[in-house]
Design a protein around this ligand. Structure first.
Ligand SMILES: [Zn+2]
Ligand SMILES: [Zn+2]
Length: 393
């Protein structure tokens, strides 16, 4: 989807008129319990009441005053539905539709057992031997849940604004990630972690509302891949250094804000023999040549590097990170007798926004838009109200 800047500017001038198209298509379908679906759940309303539909027909109301609880059990492609008093039948699709704005519904999975989770808005349930539960949720309710799951509940308001915009941008550019499974995004780290509705810090909802509809686009007005990692160690990476695609907005930038944060430094000691054996076996590295051996037991590149040695042989540090389970691919190596010590910086892949740097900036009073522009190069923050990204969904 490409939009010319002139079209965008025209859209801005009709902001009020455009907003209605977004308002009618602003629901995200989230696959819950992805890859760990239960076979039996209990569902009850927490706030407000719900209409229950079975195979498209209205069955009853679920409310705290009347029918308070329904049990759903997978039975092949059907769902056995029962209340505390009686069996209600077998159906292939059961839906819970909120009767008013702001309703919350509780899911307690009993087989296997999960802690009860509360969600905003509607649920749709199908079965394939396991219960496929989809939360059809207003996007800003979903974003608040994701921000809480991804960033915790102890950050400053300004940081939550940053995280809300990133999570919204990510969600909207990944709506087809689970095409064919009956939902847009899953609730796991594969997409974005979404444990339940946001409950613990009112600043999260405040931040989501304050940035409602805001997303990050590149110079072509396309949603960016809003990559982020925990701590960049002082320098973020160009996208192509870690992945394959060079993206104009994922450029290496210096970051002094994360240098004293929790994940700024790490160390790991391993056996010298195991390290040399690994290099010989996996990379055919000439460890028996003294000069070559020296280079890999005392290693201290001047700047952030992406391969172990500047030329032959090519050994990507990101693979060493994976194979040795290191916190980052940003490290020196020191020889210590029979051991070698990795002395590292940062945590994660290092592309895009550095969460701990951004949190520090927020604590020091830097506004959310400046934080985003620091980590993402040549991007714009725009409101979805001017572009209906859901239109072809
Ligand atoms: Zn996913
Ligand atoms: Zn950083």
């Amino acid at each position: 989807m490409r939009f010319h800047l002139s079209l965008l500017i025209a859209c801005f001038s009709f902001l009020g008129l455009c907003s209605s198209s977004f308002a009618t298509t602003n629901v995200v379908k989230v696959g819950l319990f992805w890859k760990n679906e239960p076979t039996a759940v209990m569902i009850s309303p927490v706030i407000g009441s719900y209409e229950v539909f079975a195979d498209g027909k209205r069955l009853d109301d679920l409310s705290r005053e009347g029918l308070r609880l329904l049990m759903l059990t997978a039975s092949g492609n059907q769902i056995e539905l029962k209340s505390l008093k009686k069996k209600l039948g077998k159906f292939s699709r059961v839906e819970f539709r909120r009767k008013s704005w702001g309703c919350n519904i509780r899911i307690k999975a009993s087989t296997p057992s999960h802690p009860a989770k509360v969600f905003y808005d509607n649920l749709m349930v199908r079965s394939n031997g396991k219960l496929k539960i989809v939360n059809q949720v207003y996007i800003e309710h979903y974003i608040a849940g994701v921000v809480e799951s991804e960033a915790g509940s102890k950050e400053p308001l300004e940081y939550y604004k940053v995280q809300a915009i990133i999570c919204r941008t990510y969600a909207l550019s990944n709506l087809r990630r689970h095409a064919g499974e009956g939902f847009h995004v899953c609730d796991k780290v594969h997409c974005q972690v979404y444990h339940h509705r946001s409950t613990t810090n009112p600043d999260i909802v405040k931040a989501v509302n304050a940035t409602k509809g805001l997303v990050i686009v590149d110079s072509e007005i396309e949603l960016i891949t809003a990559a982020f990692s925990s701590n960049c160690g002082g320098t973020t990476c160009n996208s192509e250094s870690v992945w394959t695609n060079p993206l104009p907005y994922l450029r290496s930038v210096n970051d002094t804000f994360c240098l004293e944060e929790n994940h700024a430094r790490w160390e790991k000691t391993v056996s010298r023999t195991a390290w040399l054996n690994y290099l010989e076996k996996h990379w055919n590295y000439p460890v028996n040549d003294t000069a070559y051996q020296k280079m890999v037991v005392n290693y201290c590149p001047e700047h952030r590097a992406f391969k172990l040695l500047p030329d032959h042989p090519h050994i990507p540090l990101k693979i060493i990170r994976r194979d040795w389970k290191l916190q980052s691919a940003y490290f020196n190596i020191k020889e210590e007798g029979d051991s070698i010590r990795f002395v590292g910086r940062g945590y994660g892949h290092g592309v895009g926004l550095c969460q701990e740097g951004a949190m520090r900036m927020a604590k020091e009073g830097v506004p959310y838009n400046q934080i985003l522009h620091h980590y993402y190069t040549d991007v714009h923050l725009i409101n979805l109200a001017v572009i209906d990204f859901f239109r072809s969904d």
